[in-house]
Design a protein around this ligand. Sequence first.
Ligand SMILES: *[C@@H]1O[C@H](CO)[C@@H](O)[C@H](O)[C@H]1NC(C)=O
Ligand SMILES: *[C@@H]1O[C@H](CO)[C@@H](O)[C@H](O)[C@H]1NC(C)=O
Ligand SMILES: *[C@@H]1O[C@H](CO)[C@@H](O)[C@H](O)[C@H]1NC(C)=O
Length: 977
Amino acid sequence: KPLHLPPVVHIHPNQHPKMLPPSEVPSKSKVVWEKFSHQSKFQRKLYHYGTFPQHFSWGVSSSAYQTEGGWNADGKGASIWDTFTHKPSSSIPDKANGDVACDSYHRLKEDLYMLRALKVKSYRFSLSWSRIFPNGLRTSLNQKGVDYYNRLIDGLLADNITPMVTLYYWDLPQALQNNGGWYNVGMIDIFNDFCDFCFATFGDRVKFWMTFNQPYTIAWSGYGLGQIPPNVKNPGTAPFKVAHNLIKAHAKAYHTYDDKYRRSQGGLVSIALNGDWFEPKDVNVPREVVAADRALQFQLGWFAHPIFKNGDYPDAMKWQVGNKSELQGLSESRLPVFSDEEKRFIQGTADMFCLNHYTTKIAKDEEKDSPTTAISNQRAVAWGLRRLLNWIKEEYGDPQIYITENGVSTDSKTTWDDSARVFYYKTYINEALKAHDIDGVKVKGYTATSLMDSFEWLHGYTVGFGLHHVDFTNPNRPRTPKYSAHFYYQVIKNNGFPTTDDDKPLYGHFRKDFIWSTATASYQVTLEEDNIWDKFAHTPLRIFNDDNGDIACDSYHKVEEDVEILKHLKVTHYRFSISWSRVLPDGTTKHINEAGLNYYHKLVDTLLAANIQPHVCITLYHWDLPQALQDIGGWENETIVVKFRDYADFIFSRLGHKVKFWITINEPYNIANVGTAPYTVGHNLIKAHAEAWHLYNDKYRAEHKGIISITINSDWSEPRNPYKQEDVDAARRVVQFYIGWFAHPIFNGDYSPVMFRSSHCRLPEFSPEEIQRIKGTYDYFGFNHYTTVLAFPVDYGNLGAGTIADRTWLDSGSGWLKVSPFGFRRILNFIKENYGNPPIIITENGISERGPVDLNDVHRSYYYEKYITQVLKAYLLDGVDVRGYTAWSLMDNLEWATGFSERFGLFYVNRSDPKLPRVAKASVSRYSTIISCNGFPDPASGPNECLNPEPEGKWSINCLYNVKNNTETAIATSRNV
Ligand SMILES: *[C@@H]1O[C@H](CO)[C@@H](O)[C@H](O)[C@H]1NC(C)=O
Ligand SMILES: *[C@@H]1O[C@H](CO)[C@@H](O)[C@H](O)[C@H]1NC(C)=O
Ligand SMILES: *[C@@H]1O[C@H](CO)[C@@H](O)[C@H](O)[C@H]1NC(C)=O
């Protein structure tokens, strides 16, 4: 006898759902589209941290035919699935069947072990009718079948797992099919007797019953499309007739429970309905909303409307079928009619709403902006679940909802390393949490489908939904937990997604002399001379819309305006680069362009006059090599080392008395890694940097007293599957290669062993003298960072590592850039630990958008806030020596190979206006507040002056626009007026 009985749930009859008015056409629940369809991608995707209520029912599911095997063991009768799969003409891949399946009939212990290990609160399984009544009728009772389920139920209860029992999961006894199956109205009483027996036999311990699983599928796939047994292909009438019987059979079984068992057993009875979400193609077109609503009524509403509303089919369905029947010249509708008595009998026959959900469709069409799954017509569209849950709440009187199936298939090549399934659960369960927490939907339970890979119906064993892999080639059917099993265990343990330490805010301040900066690169914002990017830009195919730097933001002629917006931002520094070819047109000091140099004088002077003083940060090389040098091999030609030093010498001598903050080279990784000779280029870049540093150190430092270093860029990298050592190793390799290629020689001396291994001996070697000369050529660690990747091993490429993004991370306008703030703190710690805790100046960090101009850039405010918080954590909590932060970038500018389509700016540059006005986006105020506060003041310590918004208009000049309420662009008054 069971050790633990679940608490008895007493449902008072008058708590039963009241009769609800029929749905309007389209239903009132179109408010769901109105509420959600206008969400921005940012709002839609923003991850929600929180937990479910204490007694949330976390479960996993299975069904009898898919898992049990023992198809004729101990007197079990054949079901329609046995007959179907045994046909020689079977079209199931490999003529697979469920004869053995997972062999659960003989492996109860293994199944219970898995359930215990997952620590689920519930297990949803189904009863094989023909195992209990071999010919479908009570007279054929097979006690051994009953014993199996008793052992299963008792085993679950002993482990404190609530059984959730499906009475009918598609495997009708063949003997009953021989009498017409569900087409036969006599099935109503026969099913009722089976249910009556099960309630009487198991109901002392089972408190959660579902009569049918997916009656829609039974009726439509079984009798309309004819895909599944009994393979009747009669879409015109048979499904409607069968569904009519199924609804009545359900209602009858419900009443049997109500009349005979509820008082003593106190359980719950419902039916598991499947529902996709349907999104209108265009929510602004009423016809499309009606179409999406009709699709919902034809699928979910077909069964839910009679049971949860008024005992009758939805009008949308009655009218559609009725009108079509009329057109066909039929005397009555193909949709049968319930009598008033039947309606009263059917209405309210569910104690909770049980929902199976897998995917979203655009009414009639498929959702394309989402990964396909192993079953080709299913796509992972997590937000559809939230909308569907809201629709159910609106449509069916706010019922308690149990998600009784949700999951995704992977193909059989994917055994236990199933990150696609982890992403699916991570996003879908989060949408269920949003529906619960934010929208107040009464989500009571969640069931992951399925416990283990099993016989997947028409797909045989070619796909699996399991949290556990089953080796179907091994007679012992060994079960192995997948990555998703570990993941789901954690979700259950945490009861959802509590705010992580990574995501918690931190209040505090940076050091008093913290550098707050923003940046641009010369080619990206100024009028340009002849350099490699010009050549690149004029090669049509490479750049969008023929965008090129010829006008860019025309900062060359707009120095005052740019300085003005910098003052508004309250940055202490401004980082820009010098265009080598503007000052030395052929790259050498043989020809000096004084006019070009004067532009930089003017810019520096204006900045200094504006008291952005003495904080000008100049990058000597931000990728725009003079074309003349490219013509003789560019960075592949070793002679460039001396040429770069001469160029640096020239700039130091002319500007060094005003500029105290230098970057030699920006992102050498991206210079080296694009060409055909990356290691040679990298080698020369390192040497060129070292020579420029020594030159400054020996010749200028004493007098100019500035600092000089290199700016290195790197993503952070995490293992795709944290439980897999190969992924952990790949993630480490990625970071060591990415950041270490340049940081290791400069900060530690020589290339790291990882670089030697990854380059397969193509890496040039430094002589011992060179190693010594390069080591230590830094005054700080200049660092550009944007995003994090997930790494896994591949057997090609230098690194043997592939990367992907976590699907829960917010997108940007750039495919490679996902919002993943936590990685910033980790890579700052990596720098601290691997490169001798150097002072770090973050020289770039930011986010892009693309598409129509929207000055309300919430994603950018969010990005800066979250990323800068991570920097603050690194500084305050981890002791990383962070000295400065630079927002990339000041204004929308030419983003290298993508032209103007990706926009990183705090300011929008209106290129349709010949004056090229700079317009502040909403994030300007967020960033300047963070600067004013030098971090994030603790709200608990009361209002802080630094949080006060700037009075409107004070700062504007005539070419500068301010944004009011994010909708209208108001022209601010001139500052001089
Ligand atoms: C046909 O559709 C209209 C609504 O479009 C409805 O009022 C009418 O009752 C329908 N006819 C039948 C026979 O169902
Ligand atoms: C490298 O540059 C030098 C001039 O600095 C030139 O004479 C030589 O031809 C170049 N090498 C190649 C391979 O272009
Ligand atoms: C850009 O400038 C054009 C021409 O002056 C103007 O019509 C348009 O509204 C501006 N766009 C924005 C977003 O300010």
